[in-house]
Write a new protein. Structure first.
Length: 279
């Protein structure tokens, strides 16, 4: 019996020693974990999404002529829609629209340092151009207007539009580019003047074709918005530019066709790659 008690006592002492030793080792394990965590690399700044920057270039549609609040036409509506997205923290809008600009004039403005800098930093670039190129043909040939005059002018338009796209891409390899099509503001008032619809469709087809030549570039059709609407969508001062509702619908069309989930993604990946290369 005494032998059994002695053995039991020895076992209890051994178990007690094991439990004390395990407990004493706990701080050491925790300290090791802390040390291991401290060794992990610092998370790069590019991991956290920056505000999305939208740069808009072009003519009066970008400037926002007809906007009663004079805040940039479709841009405030587009900003509001984008900021509802859970993947977007905030949206910064930069407006480089100038009323009356044609493709040749926009090309010259793309040589300005401030425009180039904004394009370089942009996550998305929206372009509205071409309407004034068409109107120039009207003005120059008003008394003797023929369809072939628009065909001739379109050749120059296509050449300059490619130059605009090339210039934008040379400044920014990653940004999404959205080319907004032209529309017929007279369709509601001159329904019988079908030739004008034909001209707009022809020029829009050129824009669609050219935009497919570039990566991450998209064409935004808006002509049907003004053709099929029962609402008054034109600015009553000139019945040419959109009013507030017209700009709101243009913004919705752009937003609905945007690759929202990937805005800024390529730029972030490039930045992250740059961080890796510097290690």
């Amino acid at each position: 019996m005494r032998y059994k008690i002695t053995c039991l006592f020895i076992c209890l002492v051994w178990i007690s020693g094991c439990s004390q030793r395990t407990a004493s080792e706990q701080p050491t394990v925790q300290q090791l974990n802390v040390v291991e965590l401290s060794k992990k690399e610092t998370i790069p700044a590019s991991f956290f999404p920056d505000p999305v920057q939208i740069v808009s270039i072009g003519d009066s549609l970008t400037q926002g002529v007809g906007d009663s609040k004079d805040k940039g036409g479709y841009l405030p509506y587009l900003q509001k829609n984008l900021e509802k997205e859970p993947t977007i923290t905030s949206v910064e809008i930069i407006n480089h629209g100038v009323r009356g600009n044609r493709t040749d004039q926009l090309l010259k403005r793309l040589e300005k340092a401030d425009v180039q800098e904004d394009i370089e930093q942009a996550d998305s670039i929206v372009v509205t151009i071409g309407g004034n190129d068409i109107m120039r043909v009207f003005k120059q040939n008003f008394s003797n207007l023929e369809l072939n005059q628009f065909d001739s002018a379109k050749i120059g338009y296509e050449k300059r539009l490619r130059q605009i796209m090339d210039k934008v891409r040379s400044e920014n390899e990653h940004a999404q580019i959205y080319l907004v099509g032209v529309y017929n503001p007279f369709s509601k008032w001159f329904a019988d003047f079908y030739e004008l619809d034909e001209i707009m469709n022809d020029w829009n087809d050129s824009g669609k074709k050219i935009i497919t030549e570039y990566d991450s570039a998209y064409f935004i059709e808006i002509d049907d918005i003004f053709q099929n609407s029962k609402e008054d969508l034109l600015y009553t001062e000139d019945y040419f530019h959109p009013n507030d509702r017209g700009y709101e619908l243009i913004a919705e069309r752009i937003y609905n066709n945007m690759e929202v989930l990937t805005i800024g993604k390529d730029a972030m990946e490039a930045s992250a790659k740059g961080d890796d290369d510097q290690e």
